[in-house]
Design a protein around this ligand. Sequence first.
Ligand SMILES: Cc1cc2nc3c(=O)[nH]c(=O)nc-3n(C[C@H](O)[C@H](O)[C@H](O)COP(=O)(O)OP(=O)(O)OC[C@H]3O[C@@H](n4cnc5c(N)ncnc54)[C@H](O)[C@@H]3O)c2cc1C
Length: 392
Amino acid sequence: MGDSAAKTFDVIIIGGGAAGLFCAIAAGRRGRRVLVIEHNAEVGRKIVISGGGRCNFTNLNTTAENFVSSNPHFARSALARYTPADFVELVKRHRIEYYEKKLGQLFCRGRSHEIVEMLLAECRTSRVEILTDTSVERIEKGKSFAVHTSRGTFESEALVIATGGPSFPKIGATGFGYGVARQFGLAIEETRPSLVPLVFSGANEFRGLAGISIDAEVTAGSHSFRENILFTHRGLSGPAILQASNYWQPGGEVEFDLLPARDISKAINENRRSRQRLDNFLKGFLPERFVEIFAAGRLPQKPLNELSNHDIEMIEAELHRWRRAFTETEGWDKAEVTLGGVSTRELSSQTMEAKKVPGLYFIGEVVDVTGWLGGYNFQWAWASGHAAGTAV
Ligand SMILES: Cc1cc2nc3c(=O)[nH]c(=O)nc-3n(C[C@H](O)[C@H](O)[C@H](O)COP(=O)(O)OP(=O)(O)OC[C@H]3O[C@@H](n4cnc5c(N)ncnc54)[C@H](O)[C@@H]3O)c2cc1C
């Protein structure tokens, strides 16, 4: 501490991703002298690859109910003070074209780069200094924070940790923020990959179906999502599975309604005199190859006119309430987000400041607040970044 060569700022932000840059902009606008430290060669790498290259930058329908956290109320305050409409206004001001894909999800019409360029332009206006290719070696706290890096030591009264979670290690994502939390004695809610494909437990009889998708309603815990599921070589992916992965418990089962738009008992009863075999009948509703594998060993191999009421109840259960267990996820390399993180009990929901460590802030994905698929995670990054940026 007290390094006479150290350069001093009001605020140092570690991590130049969505939350870090947004916090920098809000603090810089207030005249604070801000330094952002990023270990990658450029900031915002995850923004660039997000949304399939078109960045699903917010969701118009964002509420605290779209987030998973040990404290479901924690996100409310920040989300209320910086809303999707606020971000849309910024996007419009920078003349970035966007469109609503579905369910309130706003995407860039061009490329995600435009969002990074917008954030960098705002950083320039707010006189934010950004150091890329810089790794943090050590953090010390005396009267102020001293951040020792590969480019020397920097000091500040406020230190913001915006290093995200470990999902997608190949783009420089790390668990660095959890180390800082531990250093200062803050609790961490157990982390695991989420918004991630799941791996079937036991033998995968559906291996040959990789690439086939089905419109389904998927239920994990108390939450249901109606979108596509997609067969992979090891299990299932697709938007409905990614959503369910936020609520699935490791080793646990997920329930599927494979015909959410139909009443299969009614459809069979309307054709009760038909000699058509059940599997051929079902091929009218579901992909052929799926029916061939699914029906074998699960459904009666009979024509419709020979099905008993008991058979129909069984078919109804298999198709509308099919349950399948999954052992694990496809891991950090395939996960869009991290479930868990720095415990919200440790932070002020107004400012994101650690209650035990004045001047230390955690924002974005490093915090135990995880959004659904569909632009919610960026909205949390903007909102939590803004909350801290107006307080530091
Ligand atoms: C492939 C993919 C697609 C996604 N698409 C969407 C989408 O369309 N919509 C949506 O809402 N969400 C999406 N997400 C999730 C979203 O990108 C994240 O939730 C969001 O970026 C989190 O913001 P953050 O600033 O907290 O973390 P990040 O954006 O991950 O930023 C953290 C920054 O800290 C840097 N860093 C890490 N460790 C250190 C260190 N030790 N020293 C210095 N710097 C460090 C990282 O390099 C990074 O730049 C996607 C995620 C992935 C992986």
